[in-house]
Design a protein around this ligand. Structure first.
Ligand SMILES: Nc1nc2c(c(=O)[nH]1)N[C@H]1C(S)=C(S)[C@@H](COP(=O)(O)O)O[C@H]1N2
Ligand SMILES: [Mo]
Length: 546
């Protein structure tokens, strides 16, 4: 007969076995992923697959609510889910030992499948981390549960001592049933195996982290070694008065640290500039070319102030930033490869850029080649690109939302047509073409603050990239629109600051702003959400004046 510890001991020990097995599986997966590809680890792979399959409204909501923590939240969610599943499998294994172990293997298969089907997967090897982890986890669970259900020696009946509450504690049934193991379970074996497995997992996981860290070290060293050449065409000095002195207004130039980050990368790609290549090929490319990072640095570099905006930016939102970018004119590189825009008879109307992590972005060839400063960017505010912003090279096209232009960690440019290919976000309900909508933002006062009566400076930024801002107006409650004072314009591709001296009177007031782009089109009042081609509507804040 088989006897086991009492239920209230068994259940937690089963659950603990499940947790230990899950932990061991992840540790082994981490170690193996260091040898295969850091991004092939189960959490990164499953997280990436989850991001790709998340319905657009949910993803948009996550970006808006968790902001740049959206990925940390997702990873935490995956770990928490795995922990719960591990607990359940551990308890299940008490009753069905093989099924429990098979359950762990099944998760390995799911993780492996997620890894192999990632767009940046390098082949079936990407399944190895998950599968190897699951095999170890399953074996450990099988073994641990075995310690909880040891057959009693023949002829020895259950002493019944575990009917006494608490009898399972230190001096439990083992005591009365023999020195090595008893009419129950192999307590010593279980404790030793559990402690040993936990310790080994910590060690293996730490080693794995260390080794995956080494993979990034080479990329980090390659970034440190970059010396950005001086631009052949420097950015014109900012005109005096581009930056207003009003406290609370956004800095005209957003620092690299403060610059918003939006992407689907669970692990920031660490690309080694020394081995990086950019391939340009496709329809109408008569001279396909592969460029190295040094090839780009040796070309004529241009430097420009350009404001980038995310299509997921709500009215008044934070996903807009302005930087001084250094790079190569993309149109020149394309021309050399033989590319002609559709208006000059070129067969391709879409440029698809692809990143090392498999993201695809589709940009109109006509826009890239119409004379604006579309760039292959190598520098941001005087520094090599930060890893989070696309090191070593990203694309940037003034006037277009990021998702249709600003490919980070770019490695491939393919000329094709909009009819033939839908890029990543286009497959997920976002518009095929997305010029940035004219927008304004009130930076100060902040919503719902209390102010003192008298003169209050209302100030913010407005943008209509590649068209320019000609006017910003402010309205108090339902009063008339009044012109704000515009700061100097740096160029039509950047945002422009504005301020308005308001004679604040006691009470609750709504301040609303609207911008007018060059040519006279006024920012629309019509409120739309971010999907499919960017939010519209006037920004407003409600304040109380004492
Ligand atoms: N490889 C890659 N490039 C990408 C993205 C991405 O998810 N992956 N997101 C795009 C989007 S939606 C925007 S708004 C910009 C944001 O650039 P930033 O993070 O440097 O501000 O990058 C674009 N380039
Ligand atoms: Mo975006």
């Amino acid at each position: 007969m088989t006897t086991t510890p009492k239920l209230w001991v068994r259940l937690p020990l089963g659950a603990l076995s499940g947790l230990l097995a899950g932990f061991a599986a992840l540790a082994v997966a981490q170690l193996v992923s260091a040898a295969v590809r850091p991004e092939a680890g189960p959490i990164t792979a499953v997280g990436g697959a989850a991001i790709d399959r998340t319905p657009t409204p949910v993803k948009d909501w996550a970006i808006r609510h968790f902001g740049e923590n959206d990925k940390a939240v997702l990873q935490l969610g995956i770990v928490a889910t795995l922990a719960v599943l591990a607990l359940v499998l551990g308890v299940l294994a008490l009753r069905f030992r093989r099924a429990g172990a098979a359950g762990v293997l099944l998760f390995g298969v799911i993780g492996g499948a997620a890894a192999v089907t990632r767009p940046d997967a390098s082949g079936f090897a990407d399944a190895l981390p998950s599968v190897a982890g699951a095999v170890v986890g399953a074996a450990l669970l099988y073994f641990l549960i075995g310690r909880l259900t040891v057959s009693a020696r023949p002829g020895r009946a259950d002493t019944g001592s575990d009917q006494a509450a608490g009898a399972d504690q230190d001096a439990g049934p083992d005591q009365g049933s023999g020195p090595d193991h008893g009419a129950g379970w192999d307590r010593r074996g279980f404790v030793m195996a559990a402690v040993g497995a936990a310790a080994a997992s910590v060690g293996i996981g730490a080693l794995g982290r260390h080794l995956t860290g080494n993979v990034s070290q080479a990329a980090i060293a390659s970034r440190k070694a970059v010396r950005l050449p001086a631009p052949a065409s420097p950015a014109p000095a900012l005109p005096a008065g581009t930056q207003l002195a009003t406290p609370g207004i956004s800095a005209f130039t957003t620092s690299n640290k403060a610059f918003y980050r939006v992407d689907t990368a669970l692990v920031v790609p660490k690309v080694n500039a020394d081995t990086w290549r950019l391939r340009i090929h496709g329809k109408g490319v008569s001279r396909p070319v592969t460029l190295t990072f040094d090839d780009l640095l040796q070309r004529e570099l241009i430097e420009r102030d350009i404001t980038l905006t995310c299509v997921s930016n709500e009215v008044g939102g934070p996903y807009v930033g302005n930087a001084r970018w250094l790079g190569v004119r993309l149109a020149d590189v394309l021309s050399e490869a033989g590319v002609r825009p559709p208006s000059k008879g070129g067969p391709a109307d879409q440029l698809v850029s692809r990143s090392v992590d498999g993201m695809t972005l589709g940009t109109p060839v006509e826009t890239v080649m119409d004379g604006r400063d579309a760039m292959l960017v190598v520098g941001m505010n005087g520094q090599p690109l930060p890893f989070t912003h696309g090191f070593p090279v990203r694309m940037l096209v003034p006037g277009l939302y990021g998702y249709v232009s600003a490919c980070k960690w770019i490695e491939d440019i393919e000329l094709t047509t909009f009819a033939d290919y839908d890029a990543y976000w286009v497959k997920r309900d976002w518009a095929e073409k997305a010029p940035i909508k004219t927008q304004s933002r009130i930076d100060t006062p902040q919503p719902l603050v209390r102010l003192k009566r008298g003169t209050v400076m209302v100030a913010g930024v407005a943008w209509a990239q590649h068209r320019g801002i000609d006017r910003v107006q402010v309205r108090v409650d339902d009063g008339p629109w009044q012109d704000a004072e515009l700061a100097a314009e740096a160029n039509i591709d950047t945002w422009r600051q504005w301020s308005f001296a308001w004679k604040a009177t006691p009470g609750s007031h709504t301040l609303t702003a609207r911008a007018t782009e060059r040519g006279g089109d006024v920012q629309t009042e019509k409120r739309t959400g971010t999907v499919p081609d960017g939010a519209s509507g006037w920004p407003s804040v409600v304040v109380t004046v004492d």
